[in-house]
Design a protein around this ligand. Structure first.
Ligand SMILES: NC(=O)c1ccc[n+]([C@@H]2O[C@H](COP(=O)([O-])OP(=O)(O)OC[C@H]3O[C@@H](n4cnc5c(N)ncnc54)[C@H](OP(=O)(O)O)[C@@H]3O)[C@@H](O)[C@H]2O)c1
Length: 248
């Protein structure tokens, strides 16, 4: 049990990578609070994660929702040892078609949402807490259509450095976790037919040196590492978990 008696808050803990991290943290002995927008998956995740789980419905781009999440977590746990800033949206839009509204919405969730999640959690974070910011290996590469998404993820990677420096006096570690291409419900949200989604996934597999997409559990195991004392000498780092994508 690497996270015995720890208390964790995970945004986007009701789907994909966030849910896998919540399960892994539970299996390692932590109690978890999750935030998401979809009431159905939120309820299902709370049931799956078991008694003691705190589930708050809210949007990370809304500061009042973030505050409510941390009030709920604070009332249940008294404080937080672990914060996983995971909620995010993905969409590929060519430069020509990118509207200011799309730009602002994606930035509001992926970047502004990440920043204020940490800020609003701050009063609850205990000494020696671990903050994990979920970015993407795409933050270091150039892919047509992903300019806005990749830039929001590069901003999140940058936050890990600045916040690690700023929170050092409180002994709070801040690291970025960079998934490559992971098989989650994120692809089902692209507005494509199932068959098109499968086609996209098999195209993407061809780009990964290991020849396959990653699983949410493979990201969750890396999150347990960054959350636990196993990574006690790491802060401001980026940990890529990508089957070699972007590395070789
Ligand atoms: N899958 C990949 O290949 C991949 C690769 C690199 C990085 N990532 C990053 O990993 C993170 C998780 O993605 P995933 O693949 O697990 O996708 P997912 O299954 O679609 O999960 C996204 C999660 O974020 C939540 N979320 C989205 N917008 C939100 C908002 N405005 N407020 C609150 N919650 C919000 C969703 O909750 P609702 O369903 O309730 O909206 C959901 O729980 C994202 O930051 C993504 O950018 C994913």
């Amino acid at each position: 049990m690497k996270l015995e008696s720890k208390h964790a808050a995970i945004t986007g803990g009701n789907s994909g990578i966030g849910l896998a991290i919540a399960r892994a943290f539970r299996n390692e002995g932590a109690e978890v609070a999750i935030l998401g927008r979809d009431p159905e998956t939120l309820q299902a995740a709370a049931t799956d994660l078991g008694p003691g789980t705190v589930a708050t419905r809210g949007d990370v781009s809304n500061l009042a929702d973030l505050d409510r999440f941390f009030v709920d977590a604070g009332q249940a746990f008294g404080g937080l040892d672990l914060l996983v800033v995971n909620a995010g949206v993905y969409s590929a839009v060519p430069l020509d078609d990118t509207t200011p509204e799309f730009f602002d919405r994606m930035s509001a969730v992926n970047f502004r949402g990440a920043f204020f999640t940490v800020q609003r959690a701050l009063p609850l974070l205990r000494e020696s807490a671990s903050v994990i910011l979920v970015t993407s290996t795409i933050n270091e590469s150039g892919v047509p259509g992903l300019a806005v998404y990749a830039a929001t993820k590069a901003a999140v990677r940058s936050l890990a450095r600045s916040l690690a420096a700023e929170l050092m006096p409180r002994k709070i570690r801040v690291n970025a976790l960079s998934p490559g291409i992971i098989d989650t419900p994120i692809f089902g949200r692209l507005g494509m037919e199932d068959q098109q989604v499968e086609g996209l996934k098999s195209d993407l597999e061809g780009q990964v040196p290991m020849g396959r997409l990653g699983t949410p559990d493979e990201i969750a195991r890396a999150a347990v590492f960054l959350a636990s004392d196993d990574s006690s000498y790491m802060t401001g780092c980026e940990l890529p978990v990508s089957g070699g994508l972007g590395q070789i």
